[in-house]
Ligand binder design. Structure first.
Ligand SMILES: NC(=O)c1ccc[n+]([C@@H]2O[C@H](COP(=O)([O-])OP(=O)(O)OC[C@H]3O[C@@H](n4cnc5c(N)ncnc54)[C@H](O)[C@@H]3O)[C@@H](O)[C@H]2O)c1
Length: 283
């Protein structure tokens, strides 16, 4: 299979562009000459991202849960497009921390609507444009939590496994249909973004009584990759024609565990988690 054309200089769509990985992707690709169509529910954050860019930008306040609005956005992007669309990054996402026993249905539904249905709506809105062009990539953000289950992350893991299943199915369909359009899954490890600070947490499910801020700080201390580095890895992965992009050294550990010990990985992870928890208690 021939290597795809580089994203640099070609138009892209990015959701969740007001913060974190989405903002870093927008900054990187815009700097490399790509016109960027940016969407987010956070208008202020979106404007801050756009204000720092020098190239061509379209900003759109969009809740990815709204399928109709995603279709309208896709039509607006098509009107605005200076050239064929190179990639659509369905990146917007949120987190919830809770045990299954204590799960609050509204929180889990909120997460599934954004992290899974938002990705499906974005894919359905833009796929016809890419198919008509005969090129381009749908790049859907899953997670390492789309490779392994994690305690107190059942809703998040379920949504990220779903993104993976949906995108892998699409990839097979496109290949069977002989389309040059690609469907790519991104599996980031821990990235230092606002995701944990914006998470819904009713109470610390570990029983340690930590506040959301304390949990977020602990999450951030464990992350291994900056948003800029994540954007560089994702960009390189798309350019190299990868179907699945692992982001960060921890992502490779999760991937290896999923292959080597698909049923007992939790024993290894529990040991790692237990150690980090013990360090916290000792501090
Ligand atoms: N940070 C990590 O460690 C990590 C790890 C694995 C996967 N991810 C995934 O990466 C993606 C980006 O997250 P991030 O870490 O940059 O977090 P972030 O919180 O910094 O950015 C997420 C962005 O999504 C936007 N968003 C939330 N709900 C939305 C909605 N309904 N409609 C439109 N936009 C909405 C937020 O406003 C925010 O700008 C997410 O899908 C997340 O699940 C992150």
């Amino acid at each position: 299979m021939s290597r795809p054309r580089s994203l640099a200089g070609r138009p892209v769509v990015i959701t969740g562009a007001a913060s974190g990985i989405g903002r870093a992707l927008a900054t990187r690709l815009s700097r490399l000459g790509s016109p960027v169509a940016l969407a987010d529910v956070d208008a202020d954050g979106l404007n801050a991202t756009a204000a720092a860019l020098h190239g061509r930008v379209l900003t759109r306040v969009l809740d990815v849960r709204d399928a109709e609005d995603q279709l309208k956005f896709a039509a607006e992007v098509q009107d605005w497009l200076p050239a064929p669309l190179a990639a659509v990054f369905n990146n917007a996402g949120v987190a919830v921390t809770s045990s299954v026993l204590d799960a609050v249905i509204e929180d889990d539904d909120w997460l599934h609507d954004i992290n899974f249905h938002g990705v499906v709506h974005g894919t359905r809105a833009f796929l016809p444009i890419l198919v008509a062009q005969g090129e381009g990539a749908i790049v859907n953000t899953s997670s390492v939590f789309g490779l392994l289950g994690m305690p107190n992350q059942s809703a998040y893991c379920a949504a990220k496994f779903a993104v993976r299943g949906f995108t892998e199915s699409l990839r097979q369909e496109l290949a069977l249909g002989g389309s040059a359009v690609r469907a790519i899954t991104v599996h980031p490890g821990g990235i230092t973004t606002n995701i944990a600070r914006n998470a819904r947490v009713r109470r610390d499910p570990t029983g340690l009584g930590r506040s959301r801020e304390e949990m977020a700080a602990q999450f951030e201390a464990m992350t291994m990759t900056s948003p800029d580095k994540a954007a560089a890895i994702i960009h390189a992965g798309v350019d190299r024609g990868k179907a699945r992009i692992l982001v960060g050294p921890d992502a490779y550990l999760f991937d290896a565990l999923a292959r080597i010990t698909p049923t007992h990985y939790n024993a290894v992870l529990s040991r790692v988690l237990w150690r980090s928890r013990r360090k916290e208690t000792v501090r």
